[in-house]
Ligand binder design. Structure first.
Ligand SMILES: Cc1ncc(COP(=O)(O)O)c(C=O)c1O
Length: 405
């Protein structure tokens, strides 16, 4: 870094920026909120000692998915070569959109490079024509980051009466606006689900729209594995987003909606228009994943059994688990320091589970988020609880923080 000539003491804005960064880094560290990238060295099919991934159905290493990817690479190459509206949208992409639309019961599906981009894209595009998003307070960061104008309108988590109050207030403030209720099929930090039937009824009654991000639900929950689309009231969902990065075991994302909204997104959605498409090979692998999700319901059965086994052990230890029936099983501990302590203690037992701290979760609700997969064996879950028993035996304070009071 060079200083400007003439006045060696003159500080450039760049120096000030560096100082502010240094101050912020020091604050983050002092608060116990430091995040760091740590390589995970084990292969994709190894779930032993790993309770942190979103590969809920163990499809990341499924032979059919890998085979389709290999074939796709030969046919479509390692990259798509362009954005979707140029030449990045192959027949494989198109087939995938048709299969998803058919399976989920929507007119049409659009593909995105990530769920983060898809959520931002939907919200930003619809706000430009008068949609006013009203978010469940626990909505994912990608939904918050799609809000273009402040203040952010939010309703209390899963509370229909508060959602109604917020719609009424938005309508009074912006009579020209259309309320767009935004919630999630499965909440990423709590593992609970939105009351789809109630939200659907509310938006119909209030002449609004309903947007559900089903990143953690699609492929996993519901009788047919269609997540929120298998729940009562799903016909009231106007827009659905989902990622291929979790149950599908790959990456990329989709948005499903009616013909008109999709047409408009294709004209205006910057995240779709100005971004390189994922490769056709990946589209073929996602098709294979979808095929497995449809043809192998027993994978969801294995996952359900693993969740039950996990919860049974947790009940025996009287752990403060949130009431979740999904693969997301949060153990609320209450401080960053203790959550990190448990995560580190598990690490010494060769078990990886990440401490969730602010701003990802609210202060006072710091937690370990255990995630289960169909890929876990009974032995993997037994080993986790044996480790927890050893850890609690040695650290009474930690034990106290983790059990029901
Ligand atoms: C609820 C929710 N929505 C959206 C996303 C973003 O999806 P992606 O990882 O594909 O960007 C995530 C992923 O972390 C999520 O948990």
């Amino acid at each position: 870094m060079t200083r400007q000539p003439g006045n060696p003491n003159r500080r450039r804005p760049f120096d000030m920026l560096r100082e502010r960064i240094a101050e912020n880094l020091a604050t983050i560290k002092a608060a116990g909120l430091w995040r760091q990238l740590e390589p995970w060295p084990y292969p994709a099919d190894s779930f032993h000692g790993q309770f942190a991934s979103n590969d809920y159905l163990a499809l990341r290493a499924h032979p059919k998915v890998l085979e389709a990817f290999h074939q796709g690479l030969q046919k479509w190459g390692a990259g798509s070569g362009a954005s979707p509206l140029v030449v990045g949208y192959s027949n494989a992409h198109h087939e995938l959109t048709e299969q998803l639309a058919d399976w989920l019961g929507f007119d049409r599906v659009l593909l995105f490079s990530s769920g983060y981009a898809a959520n931002q894209g939907v919200l930003q595009t619809l706000q430009s024509v008068g949609a006013v998003p009203i978010l469940d307070r626990f909505a994912h960061a990608s939904l918050y980051d799609g809000i273009k104008t402040l203040p952010v309108h939010r309703f209390k988590h899963n509370e229909l009466s508060d959602a109604k109050t917020k719609i009424t207030s938005v309508k009074a403030q912006m009579p020209e606006g259309t309320p767009l209720l935004v919630s999630e099929g499965v909440f990423s930090m709590d593992g609970d689900s939105a009351p789809i039937a109630g939200l659907s009824a509310l938006v119909r009654q209030q002449n609004g729209l309903l947007f559900i991000d089903d990143a953690h639900g699609v492929g996993v929950t519901g009788e047919r594995g269609r997540g929120a689309m298998d729940s009562r009231g799903s016909d009231g969902i106007d827009i659905l987003s989902g990622t291929f990065g979790k149950a599908f075991g790959l990456g990329g994302a989709f948005v499903a909606s009616d013909q008109q909204i999709c047409d408009y997104m294709v004209q205006k959605c910057r995240h779709l228009i100005y971004s390189t498409a994922f490769t056709g090979a990946q589209a073929m692998a996602i098709q294979a994943s979808l095929g497995v999700i449809q043809a192998e319901p027993e994978r969801r059965g294995m996952l359900t059994r693993n969740i039950s086994r996990f919860r049974d052990y947790a009940a025996q230890l009287q752990l403060r688990l949130l009431p979740s029936s999904t693969p997301i099983q949060p153990l609320v501990i209450g401080t960053s320091e203790l959550a990190l302590r448990l995560s580190h203690a598990l690490r010494t037992e060769n078990i990886r589970c990440i401490a969730m701290r602010p701003p990802t979760v609210a202060k006072g609700t710091e937690r370990l988020r255990f995630t289960l997969s169909a890929g876990h064996t009974e032995t993997d879950i037994d080993a986790l609880f044996s480790a927890l028993v050893r850890i609690f035996h040695q650290d009474k304070e930690l034990h106290e923080a983790c059990v029901v009071r």
